[in-house]
Design a protein around this ligand. Structure first.
Ligand code: UDP
Length: 246
């Protein structure tokens, strides 16, 4: 499973991982929607990891287009709003697929809601086979259920695909005790337990995702996606990041 490209770089620590990014990570500085250069930049980060021989799953949120809670706040029925949010994640997944395929990487978009003309349905054993064939699997439409988030979808799929860790790409290089963008004395954790994250209400992932990761011993690695080569670096144990584990 590990890289066989003959490079002198350190070997990735994990053979199969899931990369979770929020929809907002794809919008650049626009404030809404998709920013193609940003999508391409993240695709390039994924390519570096793919080239190192790591099997990659991806889950992308939909918050750059639509969030169920904001729809509900405007009077829309919550479940309808959540289905709109799930559809937003499919658009993001297709954008990422196009960017990865332009780099020569084989991919599959696998949707939790059937839409056979655009994406494969989710069939676990089939998805595992794609990974074994080094295709990047982009899981879309969340869990397929309202009242969940793509953080929970990421944890669910990472468990189902036997990923060794979830990589949560964010704008900061780990988990801090307070918002580092607002407080200059914020302290970054190198390591923190799932229970501490829950007790301290740290904004890593939502509570159901954290609990699902904790109950299945699935580490979450929080790192900055803004750092070029950051994803591969962290996989090789370099750079700064926080590992959330038991
Ligand atoms: N969503 C859902 N069920 C899921 C995953 C997502 O209903 O399993 C909906 C929900 O409305 C959510 C939206 O899809 O607000 C977008 O996902 P999320 O908020 O997780 O995106 P992110 O914050 O990661 O961009």
């Amino acid at each position: 499973m590990m890289g066989e490209n003959g490079s002198t770089a350190a070997k990735p620590v994990y053979g199969r991982v899931l990369l979770k990014i929020s929809g907002e990570a794809l919008m650049g500085d626009q404030g809404y929607g998709l920013h193609p250069p940003t999508v391409n930049r993240i695709a390039d980060e994924v390519k570096r990891v793919h080239d190192a021989g790591v099997e990659i799953c991806m889950v992308i949120g939909g918050g750059n287009i639509f969030r169920g809670l904001s729809g509900a706040a405007q009077g829309m029925e919550r479940t309808t709003a959540d289905y709109m949010g799930m559809l937003a994640t499919v658009m993001n997944a297709l954008a990422m697929q196009a960017a990865l395929e332009a780099l020569g990487i084989h991919t599959r978009v696998i949707s939790a809601i059937r839409m056979d003309e655009v994406a494969e349905p989710y069939i676990r054993r089939r998805a595992v086979r794609h990974l074994e064939k080094k295709r990047v699997c982009i899981f879309a439409a969340g869990t397929g259920n309202p009242y969940f988030t793509t953080d929970t979808a990421a944890t669910l799929r990472a468990n189902e695909m036997s990923c060794e860790a979830i990589f949560k790409g964010t704008k900061v290089d780990g988990v801090y005790d307070k918002d580092p963008k607002k407080h200059s004395d914020a302290k970054r954790y190198d390591r923190i337990t799932f229970d501490e994250v829950l007790q301290k209400h740290l904004a890593v992932m939502d509570a159901s995702a954290i609990a699902l990761a904790r109950d299945n011993d699935l580490p979450i690695i929080v790192f900055s996606l803004d750092e070029p080569g950051g994803f591969l670096g962290v996989l090789e144990g370099k750079g700064t990041y926080t590992i959330v584990e038991g």
